[in-house]
Ligand binder design. Structure first.
Ligand SMILES: [Ca+2]
Ligand SMILES: [Ca+2]
Length: 470
């Protein structure tokens, strides 16, 4: 009987053989492979009641108690959503009531409301234990008026002598740092090394004023470093939001760049929540998010999702309305979509590393293709209020498109064409693969193995019976 059991154990192996293996990402993980969850530290999770001095939940401009230890408590939650990186609002020593962390008074210390250096290290260690990277915000372009550099706000070794002029109250009138100066660049590069050494952090977003810090363009080794200016007007974000905030909108204005490592977010602290925009337009925010997120997760970029997107938070049109995260309020459909998109980026390198080509964009339906190492993925988003169809050109014969979000299947028609149809306000991501229809070779193979198995079992039991009779 043993031999029969062995044969049985081998069956799944034989059955599994004809399934095509997907291309693996070669080499080390890169920044472009990540999907990022952005945390406003003060408004995420209050894990420690001993650092709550001055906390006032009734006052939107006061600390609300969120801290580093709260982030550790919620790492499993973030992991379940499938994010591979967390990015933290500035955790450096801050001045007064600046819960947002952008009024730094000491770049090499942890703000006492957020915790200690030990806790900062713990966030990184616990994140790494879950295979999650950590990026710190480093607001280098300006300082608090109480930073030692700003003793008098004249031009100095460190400051330009000018104030930041911004529409955003967090940044307006702060003393400007002279980022082009060599001593300033040296200081911030040393500061980044300091945090790397103290905590093991994986990288930084360097927030600048209208100038850039020299020597800090995006680097992979040893740290992820990228710059983001408070002066930027984020054309990608603007157009993506305007395109997807209402059903029936054309998608012709969508901007796509070939930059795989450019981070993009739809919501951030300088713009009102996309959820609110959808609500104001009488739309279902969940549907709007499903389409918009599918877009930023599948075009070339690193998607950054703002905390509370999954709830989804409606800020009433005020970007500074930053409520504490409500971990019980998550919308299941939206969370499922985020989980699915995160796992797709992990599973299919075409979505993170692939070339991009638009195939179709008309009447609210956009279709594009990502290709990596010979593997094709096709993404279709229909923003129209009716079903839309299109014909895919340049497809190989005898293939099919298998949808990962809606189980759709596109097969070759008898005239040789591939017709892709999308219901109103839906998005899907398709794998392009050989037609799995009736594969007679495969069926024949399985049939053969099964017959051999039956013959073997019969033969062995006959033999055993003879042995028993002796
Ligand atoms: Ca606290
Ligand atoms: Ca402080």
């Amino acid at each position: 009987m043993k031999r029969a059991i062995m044969l049985l154990a081998c069956l799944p192996f034989f059955l599994g053989l004809p399934v095509a293996a997907k291309a693996e990402v070669s080499g080390e993980r890169q920044w472009q492979d990540e999907s990022v969850y952005y945390i406003v530290v003060d408004r995420f999770m209050n894990g420690d009641m001993n650092n709550n001095e001055g906390v006032d939940l009734e006052n939107p401009n006061a600390y609300h108690g969120g801290d580093l230890s709260g982030i550790v408590d919620q790492l499993d939650y973030i992991k379940e959503l499938g994010f591979t990186t967390i990015q933290l609002s500035p955790i450096m020593q801050n001045d007064g009531d600046s819960y947002h962390g952008f009024h730094v008074s000491d770049f090499q210390n942890v703000e006492e409301h957020f915790g200690t250096m030990e806790e900062a290290r713990e966030v990184v260690e616990e994140a790494h234990a879950r295979d999650i990277k950590v990026i710190f915000d480093l607001p280098a372009g300006f300082v608090s008026e109480n930073h030692p550099w700003a003793e008098n706000n004249d031009e100095s070794e460190w400051l330009t002598g000018e104030e930041v002029s911004s529409e955003h109250p967090w940044f307006d009138q702060l003393p400007q740092v002279a980022l082009e100066r060599e001593n300033v660049a040296t200081y911030f590069n040393e500061t980044m090394d300091f945090w790397k050494e103290e905590t093991g952090v994986d990288g930084f977003r360097i927030i600048t004023n209208d100038s850039v810090l020299s020597g800090t363009s995006l680097q992979e080794d040893p740290l992820i470093k990228y710059s983001s200016s408070i002066e930027e007007n984020h054309p990608f974000r603007k157009v993506t939001r305007e395109s997807f905030n209402q059903s029936g909108n054309s998608l012709n204005d969508l901007l796509t760049e070939e930059n795989l490592s450019q981070p993009h977010q739809l919501d951030f602290y300088d713009v009102s929540r996309f959820t609110h925009e959808a609500v104001v337009k009488g739309q279902n925010p969940i549907t709007r998010w499903q389409l918009a997120l599918t877009y930023i997760y599948t075009v070339p970029c690193v998607p950054v999702v703002y905390y509370g997107t999954e709830t989804p938070i409606d800020d009433g049109g005020d970007p500074q309305n930053l409520p504490m995260m409500n971990f019980k309020a998550g919308d299941e459909k939206l969370k499922k979509r985020i989980e699915k998109l995160n796992s797709m980026r992990e599973q299919f390198p075409a979505l993170t590393r692939g070339d991009y080509r638009e195939l179709y964009n008309k009447d609210g339906l956009v279709v594009f293709k990502r290709t990596y190492d010979g593997d094709d993925m096709v993404v279709a988003i229909n923003n129209a209020e009716e079903t839309r169809t299109m014909t895919l050109e340049g497809m190989e014969d005898d293939h099919q498109l298998r949808g990962l979000l809606h189980d759709g299947l596109v097969r070759q028609q008898s005239d040789g064409s591939y017709r892709l149809g999308m219901e109103r306000e839906t998005a899907d991501v398709f794998i392009v693969e050989p037609n799995s229809g009736y594969n007679w070779l495969f069926i024949g193979f399985v049939g053969g193995v099964l017959s051999l198995f039956v013959i073997a079992v019969t033969a062995i039991s006959l033999k055993n019976r003879k042995v028993d009779k002796r």
